[in-house]
Design a protein around this ligand. Structure first.
Ligand SMILES: NC(=O)c1ccc[n+]([C@@H]2O[C@H](COP(=O)([O-])OP(=O)(O)OC[C@H]3O[C@@H](n4cnc5c(N)ncnc54)[C@H](O)[C@@H]3O)[C@@H](O)[C@H]2O)c1
Length: 550
C-alpha cells in the first residue's frame, strides 16, 4: 500500500524524466508547437518569471495595480508574503481585528507570513493605509486610487464583500471557496459582469507550475485510461491542543481582550448588504469560523474543494455527473471515548468525510455509453494523518501522485512485455500512431538532459504553490484585458488569456464541494444538473426541491 523512500525517489526522477522528454511536443499558449525540452530550456534560461513563462503572460506593462488586502488573518498574510511587488502595489489593508493588522506589519512566521515591513521595507509600509472595516476602506477608495482588492475573510463574508467591491468599480481576487452557497456564486459573477470588472478566485492549483507539468503529462495520454483518482487530506487532531481549526482557545490575552472589546461593541451586525445583516454571533465564531455552518462550509469547502479542483483539472475540467458520500462527527461528536476532553466540542461540521464523485469519460453518453466514467474518491480524516494530503491519479498505463502541492511521483504499469511498477525507472518513447508512451528504463537516474533542466524549469525543490502566479496573472489581466473584461457577456476563457480561475470555473469547484455536503447531509446520491453551472440560471443545489424537499 505504501511506497518506500527509494520508490518515491524513483517516482520523482521518473516525473522529471517524462516532463522534460524531447519526445513530447509542447503547444505554447501562442499556439506554437515545440519539443518539450526546448520549451523547458526557455524556462530555465530565465527572463520573465516562471509563471509568466509557463502560462504565457508577460511582465506587467504599465503601472503596478493599486491593491488593498481585506482580511489579513492567516491566509491574507500568506498572500501578502507571496504577493508580486513588481505587479501589485499594496496601498491599504483592512481587517476588523486590530491585532491581525499589527501582525501584518510585523510578521508572524519567518517564512510563510513575514509581514509588510520585511517584505516591502519600513518606509513603504508606513505609506500603507490601515482600516478597521471594509466599509472604511471603500469610503477611501478614490483617495487611495484603489483598483483592486484581494479578499481573504471567512467564507460567509466572501460574497457580500466581493459584490460591494465590484459595485464600487474594483477588480476582485477572492479566496476560495468562492462563496457560502451557489446562489451567492451566481450573484458574484453577475456583479462582475454588470460592473465590467475582473473576478478571480484563489484556487492556486490553476497557477501551479508543478500541476501544469503533471497535467501536461496526463494530457499526453501517458497514464492511459484514467478510471480512478483518489484524493485525500488526512490529519490527526486527536491529540490535546492539536486542532489547527480551533484557534480561539490558543489566543494570547491581548488578542482575547481586543476581541472582547469587539464583541462588546457589537459583532452581530457589522454591516448590511442587500437587506441582510452580516456579522458573527460571538468573537469565538469570528476566530473559529471554519467550525460552524453559519460562517464556514466544513471540510469539503476548506480542503476538499482544492482537491476536487485538482481532480477536475486532470480530467479536463469537465463537470461531474453525480456525488454521494458519508460525513460525520465521528470524533468530536462521540461521547465517553475517554481519551481526552476533546469531545466537549460545539462544532457543527463533520470531522470525517468520504465522498465519491462520478465524472464522465471522453466517450460518456448517458444512454449509449453509460459506463465510460472516472470515479474520484475523497477522504479527509481527523484522527489519522497517514499519507497526508495529495492526489493519486490511476491510469491503465501509469500512476501519478501529487503530494502536498510540492512533489510528483510517476510510475509505469508493468505489461507482459516490459517491466514497470514502483521500482522501475522510465522514459517516454514515441510509439508511432499510438502516440507517446512510457517505457521502462534500466539505469540509476534521470538522463543528464532532464537533470540539468530540473531546477531552472521549476521542477526542482522550493516549488511555488501558485499564490504568487495567481496574483501576477490577476494584475496582468487587469492591465491587458480592459476596457472590455466581459466579451460577449462571458469571462474571457483562460485559453485566450483570461484568468485561469475565473468566477465560472471557481463556481464549478464550489458546486462540487457544496453538493458533496448536501449529499452527506441528506444521505442521497445527487445527480448534478447543467443549470447549476449556468450563472444566468438561478437554479442551485441548495434550493433544489429534489434534494432539500419543498
Ligand atoms: N487558498 C488556500 O490554500 C487557502 C488556505 C487557507 C485559507 N484560505 C481561505 O482564506 C480565507 C481566510 O482564511 P484564514 O485562514 O486567513 O482565516 P482567518 O480567520 O485567519 O482570517 C480571516 C480574517 O478576516 C477578518 N475578517 C472577518 N470578517 C471580516 C470583515 N467583514 N471585514 C474585514 N475583515 C474581516 C478576520 O478578522 C481575520 O483577520 C478563507 O476563505 C479560507 O478558505 C485559502
Amino acid at each position: 500500500m505504501e511506497l518506500t523512500k527509494e520508490q518515491i525517489e524513483i517516482g520523482k526522477d521518473n516525473f522529471t524524466e517524462a516532463a522534460t522528454s524531447d519526445v513530447l511536443v509542447h503547444d505554447t499558449s501562442g499556439g506554437v508547437k515545440i519539443p518539450r525540452r526546448e520549451f523547458l530550456k526557455g524556462a530555465a534560461a530565465g527572463g520573465v518569471g516562471l509563471g509568466a513563462y509557463y502560462f504565457g503572460y508577460q511582465a506587467l506593462s504599465g503601472e503596478k495595480v493599486r491593491t488593498a488586502f481585506v482580511g489579513v488573518g492567516d491566509e491574507g498574510n500568506v498572500l501578502i508574503t507571496e504577493h508580486p511587488d513588481d505587479y501589485m502595489d499594496i496601498v491599504a489593508i483592512a481587517d476588523i481585528r486590530k491585532k491581525n493588522i499589527e501582525r501584518t506589519i510585523k510578521g508572524s512566521h519567518p517564512v510563510a507570513r513575514i509581514g509588510l515591513e520585511k517584505k516591502l521595507g519600513a518606509a513603504k509600509t508606513k505609506t500603507i493605509q490601515r482600516y478597521d472595516s471594509f466599509q472604511a476602506l471603500l469610503a477611501a477608495k478614490d483617495e487611495l486610487k484603489l483598483e483592486a482588492v484581494v479578499i481573504a475573510v471567512p467564507l460567509s463574508h466572501h460574497a457580500p464583500l466581493a459584490i460591494m467591491a465590484l459595485q464600487a468599480g474594483l477588480h476582485v481576487l477572492c479566496e476560495k471557496l468562492m462563496a457560502h452557497n451557489v446562489t451567492e456564486c451566481k450573484q458574484m459573477i453577475k456583479a462582475a459582469r454588470d460592473a465590467n470588472k475582473l473576478l478571480t478566485v484563489g484556487h492556486q492549483r490553476h497557477y501551479s507550475v508543478l500541476y501544469d507539468n503533471a497535467n501536461f503529462l496526463v494530457k499526453q495520454g501517458l497514464l492511459g485510461d484514467i478510471r480512478h483518482i483518489h484524493a485525500q487530506w488526512h490529519r490527526n487532531n486527536s491529540f490535546k491542543g492539536s486542532d489547527s481549526w480551533r484557534k480561539f482557545v490558543k489566543l494570547r490575552p491581548d488578542e482575547k481582550k481586543q476581541l472582547e472589546e469587539l464583541e462588546a461593541a457589537g459583532l452581530t451586525e457589522l454591516y448590511e448588504f442587500a437587506g441582510k445583516k452580516y456579522g458573527y454571533e460571538t468573537a469565538q465564531q469570528l476566530v473559529d469560523w471554519r467550525l460552524y455552518n453559519a460562517t464556514g462550509g466544513g471540510i469539503m469547502a476548506e480542503l476538499g474543494s482544492h482537491q476536487m479542483d485538482a481532480a477536475s483539472i486532470f480530467l479536463g475540467k469537465v463537470h461531474p455527473l453525480a456525488v454521494q458520500g458519508y460525513g460525520g462527527r465521528n470524533f468530536y461528536g462521540v461521547k465517553n471515548i475517554g481519551t481526552s476532553d476533546k469531545q466537549a466540542d460545539d462544532r457543527d461540521i463533520d470531522d470525517h468525510v468520504y465522498v465519491t464523485l462520478e465524472f464522465p469519460g471522453k466517450y460518456y453518453d448517458a444512454s449509449d455509453n453509460p459506463h465510460d466514467k472516472c470515479i474520484v474518491t475523497y477522504s479527509s480524516l481527523n484522527t489519522n494523518r497517514h499519507g497526508g494530503y495529495g492526489e493519486r491519479i490511476m491510469g491503465s498505463r501509469g500512476t501519478m501522485i501529487v503530494k502536498t502541492e510540492k512533489e510528483v511521483v510517476l510510475h509505469k504499469e508493468a505489461t507482459a512485455g516490459s517491466a514497470g511498477g514502483p521500482d522501475q525507472r522510465l522514459w517516454v518513447v514515441n510509439s508511432g500512431s499510438a502516440g507517446p508512451a512510457l517505457d521502462s528504463y534500466e539505469t540509476t537516474g534521470p538522463s543528464a538532459a532532464a537533470k540539468s533542466l530540473t531546477a531552472g524549469a521549476g521542477l526542482g525543490d522550493n516549488i511555488s504553490r501558485g499564490y504568487r502566479e495567481e496574483m501576477e496573472h490577476f494584475c496582468h489581466c487587469i492591465r491587458t484585458q480592459g476596457p472590455n473584461f466581459w466579451p460577449n457577456g462571458q469571462p474571457l476563457p483562460p485559453n485566450d488569456g483570461g484568468p485561469r480561475c475565473n468566477g465560472v470555473i471557481a463556481m464549478a469547484d464550489a458546486i462540487m464541494a457544496l453538493t458533496s455536503n448536501l449529499a452527506m447531509k441528506h444521505q442521497k446520491r445527487i445527480v448534478f444538473k447543467d443549470e447549476w453551472f449556468d450563472f444566468e440560471n438561478d437554479a442551485a443545489p441548495e434550493t433544489d426541491s429534489e434534494i432539500v424537499g419543498s
